[in-house]
Write a protein of this length. Sequence first.
Length: 349
Amino acid sequence: MEDHIRFSEEQDALILLDQRYLPVREEAFVCSGVKDIIYALQTMVVRGAPAIGVTAAYGCYLAAREVDPADPHWSEGVMSRLDKLAQARPTAVNLKWAVNRMRAAWQDNEAITNLGELADFWLSLARQIQAEDIAMCKAIGRFGGELLEDGDTVMTHCNAGALATAGYGTALGVIRGGVDMGKRIQVIANETRPFLQGARLTAYELHKDNIPVKVACDNACSLLMARKLVHKVVVGADRIAANGDVANKIGTSGVAILARHYGIPFYVAAPSSTFDPDTPDGNRIPIEDRPPREVTHVGDVQITPSGVEVFNVAFDITPNELITGIVTEQGVVYPPYGETIASMIFHNR
Ligand SMILES: CSC[C@H]1O[C@H](OP(=O)(O)O)[C@H](O)[C@@H]1O
């Protein structure tokens, strides 16, 4: 599944598989301008840290395309659009990472003298970022697949699969890597209330790939681990602080605590772009609050009484001491994370 984010030359637009309607409907969402990209990010037409970064990269191209080339202040027009794009969602560092990479590449390229050249340059760079992400996910799969044993049942939380990246996935990349090595892997996909990325997206992806998957209610985690039905846990990440604390979908830290209690290895899988040198620890990671309707409704069905307030905190922080290892495209990072992240990840930037 590498075509859920597709640039159409014919339409001069980014075509997204609308993840809000999966698995029931496979529907395209067309982004013809930056506002469409911001809407798609904020409403989770497309979601998942690396996928957000790739989509934002194409959003920079669309920003260059919609500014009037006759405007003498065209560069300010582009920059203001990029600033708005970078604010679309606060937690996944990949969004700001992608926008900053596009901006820096422009500023470092003295050959770009007009808006048309900038647009062409950015379209090429967005395509490069998309290809790099798939390659990173497959490298994560090779390193992570080695951690799995034939016959393992792996629990995952939310969706860190092809749909959360440019393709192949991070946590699901580890699972696909194990399967590609000939290992018989089964998956328990936590449904992941309230947006149900596990029940709707992870189950959709793995079922299409004929990888055995069972959906579990989030509340079943402890019982499944107590019954020794879980051999390993692998999840994705939205931002990894310099000390190894991990921001990921709400509920992840609870799974990590239970995994530690039951003696089950807990791995995080993420590309280097998810590590943030400017965030020293998890307490500094901004956590997104999302619209109450995601909790009060399942689809169009209201499940909570009108007038009753709800919590809809979209991420939580897993302390680094609960993490067995972080699988990246450069290898598996093990504790002491402050030192190993600095030497393996930040040193190579
Ligand atoms: C491969 S990163 C996927 C990461 O993003 C998800 O959040 P959201 O669906 O809100 O974008 C979740 O935290 C996944 O682990």
